[in-house]
Design a protein around this ligand. Structure first.
Ligand SMILES: [Zn+2]
Length: 485
């Protein structure tokens, strides 16, 4: 790995690159899926290759190969330089990189148990046990249990003298149970610990063990069945309390994406999207939320799915204040976008494979904990709705108008948790919504939720991001009933 990386950087320099970096990446993923009591699939894949990224005359060039041979190295380096030369013919601002001292070192995800070291039948049995417990509940008709874990070994070398080796693990799992009303064909689903595939973190198998999936399976099944006969969520303007996983997605969509500086600057707007958080709003007293709202981008949180040692430009993992007491204070940046607003990269660049150009991705973009306890927050709420786990979302291109639907809700009446409600949705406009946040639970109820399937770019790259959140309360929110078939 090291040999290939160093040779490729040297070759690119000889061909005329003013800057070159090389990533050699080997990623192995294993996934297990159990549905309705049967093992649906066990998939294992390994991807291994390298790329050369260069600057020539102020333009980027990129080439990659899966042939890990020294003869291939020169060819790929030359190709990258040729592409950069051709790109430089198109008029445009020459790329400038924010300064970075040479980085040398290694980082490994601190894991207790290597998920690949656990016998496959043991992992399958854990999912089957959870599946059996869900199906033991009368009325549960569909069940699903998922586990996925990866090991990524990568080597980064740059012409500025950086040499970095990283071994990153991510591990995740989840279960879900659905109940169907055969007459109306209404379907209700509950998931644990998170919806949309799995809860995941940079961790080992201990992360899955701690979920205790079989222990929660029967409750998930019972809640799915109860939802069928639960009343619909009423429509109107009320107070809502969102649970951690739903808030994590709220943060992801309404904060994480609009603070991607490439999106803000309009690079590839067609594919990347746009943002309402334009650069004139940065550090100029723009109220993103109320003064209890603090958001950070932090790639150093232990176990966070967006945690690493260095990003894919060799910039050290770090913590950036994004919203500080409600005021917008930071972006997610790369070495080539940060100088355009007079700043330096804060290490938010990653690629999902050795054959993809790295770009700005969320690390762990989190809502910082407050100091409430959930029980006290409910007791302090006269009339409102508690909402749990995401079921659907939509948000416009600029990340302003959104609607989220949740798997399950409860009414809150005179400070007490009341009836279960189904098909609940809430809508809002990002700064007004965060401006209506008046209470956030404390660190005891704060957890980092993984979003393993964030999509961005063309061709599309799937990235793993994390979001710390504790339950929080929002006032004067429009709620209603979603229609799901
Ligand atoms: Zn996303």
């Amino acid at each position: 790995m090291q040999d290939i990386a160093i040779r490729a950087v040297n070759a690119a320099r000889q061909f005329g690159a003013s800057y070159a970096d090389v990533r050699v990446v080997e990623r192995t993923t294993e996934g297990i899926e159990v549905r309705n009591g049967r093992v649906e699939g066990v998939a294992r894949s390994t991807s291994y290759g390298f790329n050369v990224r260069v600057l020539v005359n102020g333009a980027w060039g990129f080439a990659s190969s899966a042939q890990m041979e020294l003869a291939e190295v020169e060819k790929v380096a030359k190709q990258a330089v040729q592409i950069a030369r051709a790109s430089a013919l198109v008029a445009g601002e020459p790329v400038r990189l924010s300064p970075l001292p040479p980085q040398k070192g290694s980082y490994s995800t601190p894991i207790k148990i290597d998920p690949f070291s656990i016998p496959l039948n043991e992992k399958v049995q854990l999912l089957l046990d959870a599946d059996t417990a869900m199906r033991s509940v009368k009325g549960v008709t569909l069940t699903g249990c998922f586990m996925e874990y990866s090991r990524e070994h990568k080597y980064f070398v740059s012409s500025e003298g950086s040499e970095i080796e990283q071994v990153l693990y991510d591990t995740g799992a989840a279960i879900s149970a659905s109940a169907v009303d055969t007459e109306s064909s209404e379907i209700q689903t509950r998931s644990y610990p998170n919806s949309f595939g799995r809860q995941a973190g940079t961790a080992g198998y201990e992360f899955v063990v701690a979920m205790d999936l079989p222990q929660h399976a029967a409750r998930i099944g019972e809640e799915a069945v109860q939802l069928l006969s639960a009343p619909q969520c009423p429509s109107g303007v009320t107070t809502i309390i969102l649970d951690g996983p739903q808030l994590a997605l709220q943060v992801h969509e309404s904060c994480g994406h609009p603070i991607e500086l490439d999106r803000v600057l309009g690079y590839e707007a067609g594919f990347v999207g746009k943002s309402f958080l334009t650069t004139d709003k940065l550090n100029s007293n723009y109220h993103y939320g109320s003064d209890v709202v603090n958001l950070t981008a932090d790639a150093t949180i232990p176990g966070g799915l967006g945690t690493f040692g260095w990003d894919d430009e060799g910039v050290p993992a770090q913590r950036t204040p994004i919203v500080t007491q409600g005021i917008f204070t930071g972006y997610l940046m790369s070495r080539d976008t940060a100088p355009l607003i007079g700043l330096s990269s804060n290490g938010c660049v990653r690629a999902d494979s050795w054959n993809r150009l790295p770009m700005i991705r969320m690390t762990n973009v989190s809502l910082e904990p407050g100091n409430w306890k959930l029980d006290d927050l409910i007791a302090d709420t006269d009339d409102g709705i508690y909402m749990s786990l995401n079921k659907s979302w939509s948000i416009d291109d600029r990340r302003l108008n959104f609607q989220f639907g949740v798997e399950m809700a409860y009414e809150i009446k005179q400070g007490k948790r009341g009836r279960m409600l189904k098909n609940a949705t809430y809508t809002g406009i990002t700064p007004q919504f965060w401006g209506s946040c008046d209470a956030i639970c404390g660190r005891d109820e704060w957890n980092v939720w993984g979003t393993p399937n964030c999509g961005k770019g063309e061709p599309m790259q799937t990235m793993r991001t994390g979001h710390g959140a504790a339950p929080a309360r929002f006032r004067n929110v429009q709620v209603g009933v979603g229609r799901w078939s």
